[in-house]
Write a protein that binds this ligand. Structure first.
Ligand code: F6R
Length: 608
């Protein structure tokens, strides 16, 4: 995710900013930039590529003299990675500079409004809207202008703002995007994350939603959105620098699992407009949606598993036939893509060689491709005819968690949109599903809070040889992902089976004490899965069950139960996967495995 660093004090700002940004590099970024007030004006230098390029361009900051400045590393969301789209962004007169983390959801109408008032935009970013909007409201009082902007913009933001007319101050603001400020005897700092300023101070203030900070060289003032001054207590950070990069979490994987409520919100909320789903980037009108005869979903690994879930959801609610294919198979099997077939390629990295080849193959056969991609400006994002981004931010752990969760959300939205346009969902059903979607982040949080119970259970299985995951329908798709999570990081052999298929051979592998994880979230299939659980239990299996709250009947057939909150049956994957991710994680931790970098695996598989 993007990084923010700002400094005001007695030292030169640029070297402090460069140093701070380097501590945020692990978060992933595609461009970097700085704004420094040089005594007369705000100068900006920015560049696509590594921070090193910015360091070279500015000779380690020496070409940008000044003791007040803000800097940014950008992970592209709105607009491809480019010099123009890199932050900071100016207002037209270059008297205001802004860096931003987050997404301004209503940036399009705001942009139109500002254009109609004569503002000219030089980038494709949502951030530039903020710079111009501050300018629009600025009548000499920065705090007043900023709070007015806060009342106009929707979405998430952490902002660092400089005003040429107030060069003795930096302003910082946040809503739903992390931001801290800190102080030492040489000045004050802002940062999007602790490691950026740990070298300078361990006394930090965590800025809460809708709070504004005015930083001067020797003190800071905190305000509410109503411009009322408030007092805040500092927190002393005692993490070591390594732990700080992981936000205090032991591994990136754990951190990323904990980011899932936010990821789900970020992928979901910008596409819900009132009581409707609006997917602007789909590039399809209602008539085109009605004309879809078949959908091909092509992907690898976990993205393929997300596609498997989507098959059940799209077929279930939109009644469009869906075929899901592993990209390495699809590309060589001369697939039959008839008229009216839509191809969807899902990829976190956007660089997976087989998925990219499948995309090109589909285009060669004359079909448009929708990419569901996390990394903006990646190859699949660039080559797909239309791109729906999952706003998960950079994923560092090799085993995907939050990007997979975001893919599910994008696919639910697609399914519901198609179902609505094709008249397959009544207004009431549609609204109730929207309500269920919006409740998912809170429910995921509740499940994550239960991690200790899962950790205790996982500790009993660090010596396991084989584990089986079973489920029917969507629960089978969840099982596939649960099984992959366990085996790829713990190196314990595991397999996922459609529960009804087990007795056609695999059940002979069950022996005394074999762990079978049964997922049973689909009420319509509950009794069937229960029978399969009884079958394996009778052969000595230890049965772990994942089911919905209230399904206590399951305790007859299970040795250990994990209950997930109730949601629409089509969305249960988003909840059931959380304990399974935690289980895989804690088994791997218990075994002492390198959780974030499992052996033989790469985060981005750019070769066949
Ligand atoms: C598993 C995992 C992989 C990826 C697969 C596709 O945890 O991360 O299975 O899902 O390599 O990668 P992307 O989504 O980048 O195309």
């Amino acid at each position: 995710m993007c990084g923010i660093v700002g400094y005001i004090g007695s030292h030169q700002a640029a070297p402090v900013i460069l140093e701070g940004l380097s501590k945020l590099e692990y978060r992933g970024y595609d461009s970097a930039g700085m704004a420094v007030f040089d005594g007369k004006k705000i100068g900006i230098c920015k560049s696509v590529g590594r921070l090193k390029v910015l360091e070279e361009l500015t000779h380690g900051g020496a070409t940008m003299p000044g003791t007040v400045g803000i800097g940014h590393t950008r992970w592209a969301t709105h607009g491809a990675p480019s010099n123009q789209n890199a932050h900071p962004h100016y207002n037209q007169e270059e008297t205001i500079a802004v860096v931003h983390n987050g997404i301004i959801e209503n940036y399009l109408p705001l942009r139109e409004k500002l254009v109609s008032k004569g503002y000219q935009f030089v980038s494709d970013t949502d951030t530039e809207v903020v710079a111009h909007l501050i300018d629009y409201y600025y009548k000499g009082n920065p705090l007043e202008a900023i709070t007015k902007v806060m009342n106009r913009v929707q979405g998430s933001y952490a902002l660092g703002i400089l005003f040429a007319e107030h060069p003795d101050q930096i302003f910082a603001v946040r809503k739903d995007s992390p931001l801290i400020v800190g102080q030492n005897e040489d000045g004050c700092f802002i940062a999007s994350d602790v490691p950026a300023i740990l070298k300078y101070t361990r006394k930090v203030y965590f800025i809460e939603n809708q709070e504004v900070v005015r930083l001067r060289a020797d003190h800071m003032h905190f305000y509410t959105v109503d411009e009322e001054e408030i007092t805040k207590e500092p927190v002393t950070i005692d993490w070591d620098a390594n732990a700080a990069e992981k936000g205090g979490y032991e591994h990136f994987m754990l951190k990323e699992m904990y980011e899932q409520p936010k990821t789900v919100t970020d992928t979901l909320m910008p596409r819900i407009k009132g009581n409707d789903i609006v997917i602007e980037e789909l590039g399809m009108g209602d008539e085109e949606i009605k004309a879809i005869r078949k959908i091909f979903i092509v992907a690898c690994g976990s993205a393929y598993h997300a596609g498997m879930t989507a098959k059940y959801v799209i077929e279930g609610i939109a009644r469009i036939p869906v075929e899901v294919d592993v990209a390495s198979e699809f590309r060589y099997r001369n697939p039959i893509l008839e008229e009216g077939t839509m191809v969807v390629v899902i990829s976190q990295s956007g660089e997976t060689a087989d998925s990219l080849a499948a995309l090109r193959e589909s285009q060669k056969l004359g079909h448009k491709v929708l990419g569901i991609v996390n990394v903006v400006g990646s190859s699949i994002a660039r080559e797909a005819d239309n791109v729906m981004y999952t706003w998960a931010g950079p994923e560092i752990a090799v085993a995907t968690t939050k990007a997979y969760s975001a893919q599910l959300i994008a696919l639910y939205l697609l399914a519901m949109k198609f179902a609505k346009v094709r008249g397959m969902l009544k207004e009431g059903e549609f609204r109730s599903m929207l309500g269920d979607l919006k409740r998912l982040p809170g429910q995921i949080e509740r499940l994550l809070a239960n991690k200790q119970r899962i950790q205790r259970f996982a500790n009993r299985y660090i010596g396991a040889k084989d584990v089986f995951f079973i489920g029917r329908g969507i629960d089978f798709a969840i099982s596939m992902e649960g099984s992959l999570k366990l085996k790829e990081i713990s190196y314990i052999h595991s397999e996922a089976y459609a529960a009804g298929e087990l007795k056609h051979g695999t059940i002979s592998l069950i022996e005394e004490g074999t762990l079978v994880a049964a997922v049973a979230t689909q009420d319509a299939l509950f009794q069937k899965t229960l029978s399969n659980m009884v079958e394996v239990k009778a052969r000595g299996a230890f049965v772990l069950a994942v089911t919905n709250e209230g399904n206590t009947d399951i305790e007859k057939a299970a040795d250990y139960c994990i209950y997930i909150p109730r949601t629409n049956p089509y969305f249960t994957n988003s909840l059931a996967i959380i304990p399974l991710q935690l289980f895989g994680y804690y088994v791997a931790v218990g075994k002492g495995c390198d959780v974030d970098k499992p052996r033989n695996l790469a985060k981005s598989v750019t070769v066949e």
